[in-house]
Ligand binder design. Structure first.
Ligand SMILES: Nc1nc2c(ncn2[C@@H]2O[C@H](COP(=O)(O)OP(=O)(O)OP(=O)(O)O)[C@@H](O)[C@H]2O)c(=O)[nH]1
Ligand SMILES: Nc1nc2c(ncn2[C@@H]2O[C@H](COP(=O)(O)OP(=O)(O)OP(=O)(O)O)[C@@H](O)[C@H]2O)c(=O)[nH]1
Ligand SMILES: [Mg+2]
Ligand SMILES: [Mg+2]
Lengths: 278, 292
């Protein structure tokens, strides 16, 4: 894309392919490039290098500024529910989040509401140990909503600043599992009006267009307040979050960039868009 | 869906008289949009379109009263042919045990698929042993052990402080001694760009010479599928793919991307979280699913 001498159709096609390659999606890519064409005409742009800059700016506008904050300073405990489909990185991200909040001076407690998957509780406990935070759990097969309820009680009793509730991975198309999620959400809200204060949807950067379906259905079910995009340390760009933001207005709050306790960063739209074009 | 789009496209085009090759190229743009929309990699789509173009601009289509249907049929048949042509079977070693190794990105479904595969093979009369070679992920060994318990199948483990190639080697020796004719090795999730961890996979493979190395791929994987598939294939002699989480609504274009890049057949489809949710892969069903 650099080193181009003239603005021609092949330059637009090249830009479109960069977007598609980054999982922005073909419809979104076509729309963005179409809008770029109009901008180029309107502003009488004649410098090929300017096109990439204009396109990046368009995407930055969609993603929004300063979306990275998490609402943990208003209520006590601030209750965060972490949701998403299977294997995207929820449990690992909770470990990182716990560490992140502890580092900022807050007390944190975790709720092991994945009572279904083999060794899910043990996995969360291992992360609790690494981050130095307690974990509330029941025995295997227990009602996830009951664990969530008990975690909230424990958080209050121990005057914790933040409660993070881990939930089992579930495909958004499974009605009974989405009902189970709604129940957890309801139980938290009934016990503490306003809870959960954040419902974070974890999306895997390697996921393609299905991420939009995931976001839509999780939003319909429990109202997603933010996205955490994981596995950005791979080669996938996670461009599908552009559609998630544009169509569902869900801000991207943080990114996961590895398997370690510290591999969590606030989302930075400028960096994200630059990476999309690398 | 694509069928309706093509009907629309051809209706507009034929309004002006006979169909031309340029008209078909217009229609093929819709095919491209559908395939990329289904997460097939855009380079794979380019090759695919080039492949079908000759048939698509043949007289069968240009002179047809139902050109949209003709094009759909060409696309569907070619998709199914590209993804098909193999059996959902595990190759058997000439001297037991047969060794199967599962590899892939984080969270793809390796551990669950290892247990499902063991379950399936036991149903087919084999005596499988599961091997816990993920020494990195917290409670990964425990996860496989719990699944083994649920299935009443043995899980070989040496804890987290022994190197995976040594674990694999010891497991195969034990399997040989104890009459397990199937050894299924679960490995840790890893990035294809992590040199050290990719080396580890090569070391495990050279230690136990697997009869099958299966790449486990999440069906919702997007454009990146080609990078992952080619990197794993360059390092290892992949023999097949397990495509997981097909019980969702993802179109699953990654299936075509992976087949195109590795030449490896998708051997099994993960269709749920339960341990009996592993099915044979059906290329025609996958083709229909990708086309939406
Ligand atoms: N490279 C990399 N791996 C990650 C990242 N986040 C999570 N993982 C890995 O992804 C895999 C799955 O992580 P989990 O935390 O178990 O995912 P989950 O969503 O809780 O999974 P389920 O509870 O089974 O639905 C593990 O191997 C993690 O180490 C990340 O940002 N980068
Ligand atoms: N719905 C559905 N879930 C699946 C399927 N296969 C695996 N899962 C789920 O996906 C999640 C990840 O599965 P794992 O077996 O832990 O994945 P993994 O590849 O071993 O993960 P790492 O070891 O961290 O790389 C778990 O919640 C599984 O229950 C499937 O076919 N359908
Ligand atoms: Mg989990
Ligand atoms: Mg695993």
């Amino acid at each position: 894309i650099t080193g181009r001498k003239v603005i021609d159709e092949s330059l637009y096609e090249e830009l479109e392919e960069v977007l598609i390659q980054g999982d922005v999606g073909i419809d979104a890519a076509l729309e963005l490039v179409e809008k770029l064409r109009e901008e180029v005409k309107k502003r009488r742009v004649d410098e090929p290098g300017e096109l990439r800059r204009l396109l990046q700016e368009q995407i930055r506008q969609i993603l929004g500024e300063d979306t990275a904050g998490l609402r943990v300073d208003e209520a006590r405990p601030a209750v965060i529910m972490v949701v998403g489909v299977n294997g995207v990185g929820k449990t690992t991200t909770i470990g990182k989040l716990a560490y992140h909040f502890k580092r900022s001076g807050k007390s944190v407690i975790l709720g092991a509401s994945d009572t279904f998957r083999a060794a899910a509780v043990e996995q969360l406990e291992a992360w609790g140990n690494r981050a130095g935070v307690p974990v509330i759990k029941h025995s295997a097969g227990a009602d996830p909503a009951a664990v969530a309820y008990d975690s909230l009680q424990a958080a209050r009793a121990r005057k914790m600043d933040v409660l993070i509730v881990d939930t089992a991975g579930r495909l958004h198309t499974k009605k009974n599992l989405m009902e189970e999620l709604k129940k957890i959400h309801r139980v938290l809200g009934r016990e503490m009006p306003g809870a959960p204060h954040e419902v974070l949807l974890v999306l895997d950067a390697t996921t393609g267009q299905n991420a939009v379906n995931q976001a839509r259905l999780f939003k319909d079910a429990v109202g997603v307040t933010g996205v955490i995009l994981t596995k950005l340390d791979g080669t996938a760009k996670g461009g599908v979050v552009v559609a998630v933001k544009r169509e569902l207005d869900i801000p991207i709050k943080m990114i996961g960039i590895g398997e370690g306790l510290e591999d969590l960063r606030p989302f930075n739209a400028a960096e994200f868009v630059a990476a999309l074009f690398q | 869906g694509l069928a309706e789009k093509l009907q629309e496209t051809f209706k507009k085009l034929r309004g002006k008289g006979r169909l031309t090759e340029e008209d078909v190229d217009q229609a093929l743009k819709e095919v491209r949009r559908a395939l990329i929309g289904a997460d097939v990699n855009f380079m794979v789509v380019k090759d695919f379109i080039a492949r079908i173009r000759e048939r698509a601009v043949g007289s069968d289509v240009l002179q047809s009263l139902t050109p949209a249907q003709q094009v759909i049929k060409i696309v569907r048949d070619e998709l199914a042919a590209l993804m098909g042509g193999s059996q959902s079977k595990i190759a058997t070693a000439s001297t037991p045990p047969t060794v199967v190794m599962l590899v892939g990105l984080h969270g793809a479904g390796k551990t669950t698929s290892a247990a499902k595969l063991a379950n399936l093979l036991r149903r087919q009369g084999r005596r499988p042993m599961l091997v816990a070679a993920d020494v990195y992920r917290p409670a990964a060994i425990k996860q496989l052990q719990v699944l083994g318990e649920q299935l009443s199948l043995p899980v070989f483990s040496m804890g987290e402080s022994v190197a995976p190639p040594d674990i694999a080697r010891a497991a195969v020796e034990k399997a040989r001694r104890e009459g397990h004719d199937m050894v299924i090795i679960d490995t840790a999730g890893r990035l294809h760009i992590d040199d050290e961890l990719m080396n580890e996979l090569e070391e495990i493979a050279s230690a136990v010479r697997p009869n099958e190395i299966l790449l486990v791929v999440d069906a919702m994987t997007g454009q990146d599928a080609v990078n992952v598939a080619s990197a794993f294939n360059e390092r290892l002699a992949l023999t097949g793919v397990i495509l997981t989480k097909l019980d969702g609504d993802t179109r699953g274009g990654a299936a075509l991307s992976v087949k195109a890049l590795t030449g490896c057949p998708v051997k099994f489809a993960g269709m749920g979280e339960k341990l009996d949710a592993l099915e044979a892969f059906h290329p025609e069903r996958m083709a229909d699913r990708i086309l939406g």
